[in-house]
Design a protein around this ligand. Structure first.
Ligand SMILES: [Zn+2]
Length: 710
């Protein structure tokens, strides 16, 4: 999986806080001892951090043999247009912009017909018409706030939480979140319930106040005050609502413990059937709320018992006012991006990297915000469906992915077989895990059907918030339907699962599923870099290596802890380990050699070194990705290795600021892009031979010192 700094805002504030904490805890040590001997370190002193803006200049004569990343991507680096909001240029961002253009093209494509396309077009019209959005101002928010204000008893509060009409965004003290696996039963699914996201981010923010907590609080108070102020609430009323919300959120933070659960607690303290939940829920009418939202018939629930039991302590008339305040705050949080331009720009300024100018949103920002807004509106499944319909009409692109993945799986079996450090039993188990890996390629197993969604235009009295409410109801109706279907196959790729959206520029391996997801959005990387007629080598360099990367995650230090079904424990809660003890310790040894090599790198002179332990699993995956493609290439006649290696380098082409690069080093589990190119490639004979790399060249690594695990 890849993470980008411009993706961060889509997660909750906890990510901001966490990143900041990491900054604090790793910020010291490792100073600037410039006299250090660099021989034997990655690059041997001949690499520059070519990710950083200005490091590579037009006149620099860099040989491919000395610094492949800088030399192969020089043309990209010199012509890169830096996005002002993210201070970045990258193929990932280029792909994101390309997908945005395509999504917009769907909305104006007359050949896209049918109920689904019409609903999407109506939504985009509501979304894009700023004149109408401005005319309505914050008015669309009013109805939802009034519905909460009018609650006058606990039983009305229960009705509200259960109502899809009044509470379409699914707010409450314990909310249905997703359908997931039952941890010890590989073929059974469960309804995941969770405590609501908190305004200040993580639960720990409510126990111990830090400067970050205070900053988050200031921002949250600002947002609530702004919207309620515009709706005509008095200062005193606003203060009371903010206070009431924090009282409830503090209670939630103190009683919800799920984030700290180990696997054992997950099984013994969270998984239950309807009867069990009935016995645990006490004075909190969880089942009643769920049933009126459509979950009647669901018999498997995943919920933190302690938290569920604690809710009886707060669900009373005495706390009604505070719970209402909590609901008002969370309604604003759900709708805050869906109103007029003034409020939108305020939210962008508060929650996103700023463009630092008066020119409004950058292109990159528009593309990222659009997807975020579609997600809030509950329309990502529909967008994914239409994207596949328009851009994957013929099967050429998917065929290529399928064929390549099949070839990778085949050679991977050979790679595992050839590992002489592994015992025969472990090899057999590894190959079994490989064969059982669920391959989710480009297209989810179902398509979304939004034909029943009622989307009214502005002329008909509709607005974007109403459309979003409808979109969220569509999502929840689907979740409720599958929650009670005992035959629902959790290994299927559900297009309604917005955590796995195929229009995202990403690919993922899920340890808990032993499954890879290759998103259609990732194929746009190849389109963005080379156009739609990319050669097989270019495809292999970008998409092929990434498919191999995800497969390898099943066999990295963490991935190997999960079995062929994605389990760590069996039905009797006995830990499962398919690796023999001596094989695991050999693998650990190899992984720490890899981490040690990375830790010698100091990308920016005078600044900190790489922390190899942080990035080792991703590095293992990168190397496995390249190796498996090189194995596939052996059977491809006239395979152009130069084109392949250059495409691999182009995948990670990036320009960013020094500060951002240092931040990535501290907080990201992926190695820096230029190291993903240089260190990964120097492990392989085919690379060394293609460019005639010799001892003394920056890219040379003595074969005995190679660090690839697979
Ligand atoms: Zn990865």
């Amino acid at each position: 999986m890849r993470e980008n700094k411009w993706n961060i805002f889509r997660r909750t504030t906890s990510v901001f806080l966490m990143t900041a904490l990491i900054l604090v805890s790793v910020g010291c040590g490792d100073g600037s001892d410039e006299t250090e001997d660099v021989s034997g370190t990655p690059g041997g002193g001949k690499w520059v951090d070519s990710d950083v803006i200005g490091v590579v200049g037009a006149k620099d004569n860099i040989r491919l043999q000395d610094d492949f990343a800088a030399a192969a991507n020089k043309d990209y680096i010199l012509s890169a247009v830096i996005d002002p909001a993210y201070e970045e240029a990258s193929i990932v961002l280029d792909a994101s912009k390309l997908i945005y253009e395509r999504c917009m093209a769907i909305a104006s494509d007359d050949t896209m017909t049918g109920a689904n396309a019409e609903k999407y077009k109506s939504l985009v019209k509501l979304y894009s018409d700023w004149d109408e959005r401005n005319k309505l101002g914050v008015e669309p928010l009013k109805k939802y706030i009034s519905d909460i204000q009018s609650i006058s008893s606990i039983s009305e509060l229960t009705d509200y939480q259960g109502s899809l009409e009044k509470n379409p965004f699914g707010l409450g003290l314990l909310i249905p979140d997703s359908i997931g696996p039952q941890l010890q039963f590989p073929d059974k699914s469960t309804l995941n319930l969770k405590a609501p996201a908190l305004s200040l981010g993580s639960a720990s923010s409510y126990v111990e106040y830090t400067s970050n907590t205070l900053a988050a609080k200031e921002r949250c108070d600002d947002v609530i005050g702004y919207y309620l102020g515009r709706l005509g609430f008095s200062e005193k009323e606003i203060k009371d609502i903010i206070k009431g919300n924090y009282r409830i959120e503090t209670y939630i933070a103190r009683n919800s413990n799920m984030d700290y659960f180990g696997v054992r607690e997950m099984i013994t303290q969270a998984q239950n059937n309807r009867e069990g939940i009935d016995a645990l829920q006490g004075g909190y009418p969880l089942l009643q709320i769920l049933d009126s939202r459509g979950y009647l018939g669901c018999d498997s629930f995943y919920v933190d018992y302690t938290y569920l039991k604690s809710l009886s302590g707060i669900y009373s008339e005495k706390n009604l006012k505070d719970i209402k305040a909590f609901l008002i705050v969370h309604t604003i949080d759900s709708i805050k991006y869906l109103l007029d331009r003034e409020s939108y720009e305020k939210m962008v300024a508060l929650y996103n990297p700023s463009t630092g100018s008066q020119e409004g949103l950058s292109d990159g920002q528009c593309s990222v915000l659009f997807r975020n807004d579609m997600k809030i509106c509950g329309f990502l499944p529909l967008l994914d469906t239409l994207y596949l319909e328009k851009y994957f009409k013929d099967s050429k692109k998917t065929d290529r992915v399928e064929e390549f993945t099949d070839a990778l799986i085949k050679v991977y079996s050979q790679i595992l077989d050839e590992e002489d450090w592994m015992s025969e039993d472990t090899k057999t188990a590894a190959k079994e895990k490989l064969q059982n890996m669920a391959l989710h390629l480009v297209k989810p197993d179902n398509v979304a059907d939004y034909s029943a969604a009622e989307i009214r235009s502005y002329e008909e009295g509709g607005n974007l918030v109403e459309a979003a409410a409808e979109g969220r109801r569509m999502l929840e109706a689907h979740r409720a339907a599958i929650s009670k279907n005992p035959d629902w196959d959790r290994f299927k790729w559900d297009i309604y699962d917005t955590g796995k959206t195929t229009t995202e520029v990403n690919c993922v391996y899920y340890t808990g599923e032993n499954g890879i997801y290759i998103m259609a959005g990732y194929l746009a990387m190849c389109d963005a870099a080379f156009g739609e007629d990319a050669s097989l080598e270019q495809f292999a360099g970008i998409v092929g290596t990434t498919i191999g990367h995800e497969i390898t995650h099943g066999f990295d230090s963490n991935g190997t802890k999960f079995d062929l079904y994605g389990r760590q424990f069996d039905e009797n809660i006995i830990p499962i380990d398919w690796m023999a003890v001596q094989d695991r310790s050999k693998m650990d040894e190899k992984a720490s050699k890899l981490a040690g090599y990375f830790s010698l790198a100091r990308p920016i002179p005078g600044m900190q070194k790489v922390n190899g332990n942080n990035i080792k699993d991703e590095a293992i995956a990168d190397m496995g990705g390249i190796k498996s493609v090189l194995y596939v290439a052996r059977d491809l006649p006239d395979f152009d290795y130069d084109e392949f290696f250059r495409a691999f380098a182009r995948q990670y082409a990036q320009q960013t600021t020094k500060e951002s690069e240092l931040g990535t080093m501290r907080g990201d589990v992926h190695p820096l892009p230029f190291l993903r190119i240089n260190i990964m490639l120097q492990q392989y004979d085919e690379f060394i031979e293609t460019y005639d790399i010799k001892p003394g060249d920056g890219m040379y690594l003595n074969p005995e010192k190679r660090v690839n695990v697979w």
